[in-house]
Design a protein around this ligand. Sequence first.
Ligand code: FES
Length: 621
Amino acid sequence: MEIRLTSGKRLSAHEGSDLYQALKGNGVYLVSSCGGKGTCGKCRVRVVEGPCETVSHGKLGQKERAEGIVLACRTFPKGDVLIEIPKESVLVVGDKIAISKSRDLFELFESFSVDVSPVVKHLCLDVPPPTIHDNISDVERLKRALDAAGIKGVRFSHGFVSSMAGALRKAGWKIILGYTEDLEAVFVGSADGYNDKYGLAVDIGTTTVVVYLVDLADGRLVDVGSTYNSQIRHGDDVITRIIHATEGGGLSELRDAVVGDINDLLNPLVERNSVERDDIESVVIAGNTTMVQLFWGLDPASIREEPYIPTANFFPRWKAGTSHVAVNSQTPVYTVPCVASYVGGDIAAGVLASRMHKRSEIALFMDIGTNGEIVVGNNEWLMTAACSAGPCFEGSGIRHGMRATEGAIESIRIDPPTWEPELGVIGDSQPLGICGSGMIDAISEMFLTGIIDQRGKLVRKVKTDRIREGEEGPEFVFYRGDRNVALTEVDIENILRAKAAIYAGVSLLLKEVGFGLEAIERVYIAGGFGNYLNVERAIILGMLPDLPKEKFVFLGNTSIAGAYLCLLSADLRREAEEIASKMTYMELSVSRRFMDEYLSALFLPHTDMTLFPTVAELMKK
Ligand code: FES
């Protein structure tokens, strides 16, 4: 069977596979939040001609159906077909995404006043060459030279020994030995041909992957690469990926996807900077618990099942060869330790980068990404929880929701006399959808101007034709064009659920440690989303606590910042380990009190308006 695309491409498809799978098999990926289960409604395509059987229309409206739009994952071609893929359905994963280099990174490192001490240390050794009279083996010879240098107990792995004999002779026995801080020999090089050594700090996010190439001599950030995590092809959130890994048999597929992303980012970095892969001597990985397990090829099934147990929180220092990262196979890979199933090394790295664990002030750390994680504490104690807000701020579960890429409405102002919205669109292009920061703006503006009430319902007496009965019920249209961009009451309900989960997590965690909001002296906001978050609007929404604006500090991607710190310093690796072991994890999903907090937070901004005095003041105005 042949699938022709209106762009002119011709693809072949197997009998019995749906359009989503058939396109995927040919390297054409569609946006899919549900991983092809027919529930998210994102994989819309138009069948222009040819026989197809559609088994379900899911979320598609009458108008779309009349136009020939179908869900690709619920549609089976029954012969040669011609398909049109709308722009908003195309998933772009290979593209680089803009993540600003952290200018203050080295300053941050210096603020810890620790020495540069990467995972691998070096030792120059002048090893006496073997003779007929001094005929002990190469390994014994190396041990003897190490003993003479005062270094005892070095271990030799099979991988090291198998390449050692040639390397010793090639170097003429005047060598530089690379060994890890826990005394494992990893490299032998010639003392004459010493190159600069590099390291990689890697953040594996559910949505994005970021790689920093770092000069290990002075901690200089040499280059940065970032891309979408290709695992997105199998679903937006960690739960969908765990299901794909365990029930769908896709563990190796998910592992290959993320390791492939890291390697794809690495290629231009080494080329641009003329760096030899063999000179990349250490790698540090930070990610949430599921991402880290998938990276190491560990089945994440038990993370999802009560009592929610990960396979490991503290990972041995396995080798790059085991991970398939394309550097020297002996390069040690340090995994920033995780805390629990839903609080990973990205959060330990984040706390490290925020330095809240060093200060006596009570601080709140919130990582608002695809998952929401919260930490409260100071230099004496740390308590943490994750709230399953879901990826709605990434566009999932929202009819016209999308990620913060070109064409996404990211800011909105509504003029009350006319109810006309003024839109800020990424790339100044035609709006294709609305991203997380746009959703926060939209709802806070609609609320303050009286378009929606405290329950998020559209107020019918507002006289504007932008409020209308859409195919999925009442909606407010922000943009009218070839493709309208609207928020429906159902979308608003989903956004309120996500913000309620985040607020309830904060509220319950504080109650658990016996503190009120007034005790919080600093709020650190982390996560890619944190870059665009408007604090005042997020307070009006009731997602962030109503605290003075000056208490909020934006930190951007703290997972990669923490990975960078761990790459450079043994002391900071120990600190990350202390943070992870010190953090007390609270499992919110089993708490009945969480449900009470959550239900109270479902209103705009909250049922208890005394918690949001500045919003109450704005409402009066
Ligand atoms: S509805 Fe088809 S991928 Fe979600």
